[in-house]
Design a protein. Structure first.
Ligand code: HEM
Length: 225
């Protein structure tokens, strides 16, 4: 998954004890907030799409006013906007793969983060049974042998596959029940997650004002030496 850049946002987690100071600062940081307006419920986003310098300044001003403010690192890019993940994928993500599934030629998408990207078990079952039912023009083969077919009785059995409220049937009009192997395969797909922030590709990294203060004072000490 590619990432084209990053930016920062600022969140207020708590107003602190000085209830008057923070509302005074907000109109200059938050376009949706004007003086005298009712305060948003915490936690809330003050601003986003900021450079580090501006975001740090906002956090510092808010924490000087007694608020608990956070700097949030946001990876951005078309793949992230599509919801494919929260950060770019890097070599280390595939380090322990055995066999290495990524490959150099492939037809289907990388499933290493599918558990985050698609968490609807039913969607996966229908997709395995009949990919074209959920993805128009899909070239993925059907894994129909992972499903048991039975004649429909009444409204269909409770465990039978349904999609958008309708019973899913095979080409002979029989209802389909996921076998244990289909359920296990989907459970495995759900377990595939690749979203931990790592050094070379930080994801959702929340930095508290205190952590920033420690870093800043360490930086000052280093600079003065
Ligand atoms: C048991 C084996 C397989 C499993 C568990 C599996 C699973 C999946 C899943 C979960 C997706 C959805 C990905 C997403 O939403 O981004 C997907 C999509 C896709 N898969 Fe597979 N797949 C399998 C085999 C294959 C094979 C053999 C092919 C190609 C010949 C293939 C081609 C595709 C394609 C083209 C897509 C894009 C969406 C679509 O067309 O349905 N898959 N697959």
């Amino acid at each position: 998954m590619r990432q084209e850049g990053y930016n920062f946002s600022v969140e207020v987690v708590d107003f602190g004890t000085n209830a008057l100071q923070v509302p005074r600062l907000l109109p200059s940081m938050m376009s949706q907030y004007s003086a005298g307006q009712e305060l948003p419920a915490t936690p809330f986003e003050v601003n986003s799409g900021l450079t580090l310098r501006v975001a740090e300044r906002f956090v510092r001003r808010l924490s000087d006013a007694g608020a608990d403010a956070m700097l949030v690192f946001n990876p951005v890019g078309a793949d992230i906007a599509r919801g494919w993940g929260v950060r770019r994928t890097v070599g280390r993500d595939y380090l322990l793969d055995q066999p290495v599934m990524l490959g150099s030629q492939r037809i289907g998408p990388d499933l290493s983060n599918i558990g985050n990207r698609r968490s609807d078990v039913n969607w996966h079952l229908v997709h395995l049974f009949q990919p074209r039912k959920v993805v128009e023009d899909s070239v993925m083969p059907s894994y129909a042998y992972l499903f048991e077919k039975r004649e429909v009785r009444g409204e269909g059995d409770p465990g039978a596959l349904r999609y958008e409220g309708q019973l899913v049937t095979d080409n002979q009009g029989r209802q389909v029940m996921p076998r244990a192997a289909a359920k296990d395969l989907v459970a495995y797909l759900m377990s595939l997650r690749l979203d931990e922030p790592i050094f070379e590709a930080p994801g959702l990294v929340l930095e508290s004002a205190e952590a920033m203060e420690v870093q800043n004072s360490e930086r000052k000490v280093a600079e003065s030496q």
